[in-house]
Design a protein around this ligand. Sequence first.
Ligand SMILES: C[S@@+](CC[C@H](N)C(=O)[O-])C[C@H]1O[C@@H](n2cnc3c(N)ncnc32)[C@H](O)[C@@H]1O
Length: 187
Amino acid sequence: MFIDLKLTDMVHEILKGKIREGDTVVDATVGNGNDTLFLARAVGKTGKVIGFDIQKKALHQTQNKLIQEALADRVLLIHDSHSNMDQYIKEPIHGAMFNLGYLPQGDKNIITKADTTIEALKKVCSLLLTGAFITIISYWGHQGGLEEKEAVEDFLTKLEAKKYICAKFNYLNREGCPPIIYFLQRL
Ligand SMILES: C[S@@+](CC[C@H](N)C(=O)[O-])C[C@H]1O[C@@H](n2cnc3c(N)ncnc32)[C@H](O)[C@@H]1O
């Protein structure tokens, strides 16, 4: 793994060593399904992925990809906001991925928002097993993106250090608003 990778690939590389066969994990922002498919492969036949998106079309396309790859039986796709995840998930989880912003090649007006993202993060933190992870990729160049990035950073910064390790990866010499990865691990 090195830093010339796409951020999404970098996160996958890091998580490959972390997710085990049989794990239960959450994809909080399914979108085009790249992370869902990655997670479905990583948890193996005995594992489970629970995915959320507010766009039916994204879930439909992802479901088709999962069927093509014979991975659909280990994935539950839910058409609802990740901020309602407590209504669907009653078991402890091994990890969760958030890929914030809008769907590439999709409707740029449908974006993750600070309030629902923080609500989801609070809920997902309460589900984490010891050693479990959260990864968050923040794209923040769009309208509302800065507010969301600041809310995420504020939330992670204030988490109790005895219970969570929180870290961030950001580019220092890229113009504009380069994406940021946040990592969290439950101790
Ligand atoms: C950057 S895309 C995700 C990319 C995706 N992980 C992939 O691998 O293609 C962000 C997605 O978050 C979804 N989204 C926005 N608000 C949401 C919410 N409150 N709950 C769940 N998903 C949401 C959008 O519909 C969009 O598909």
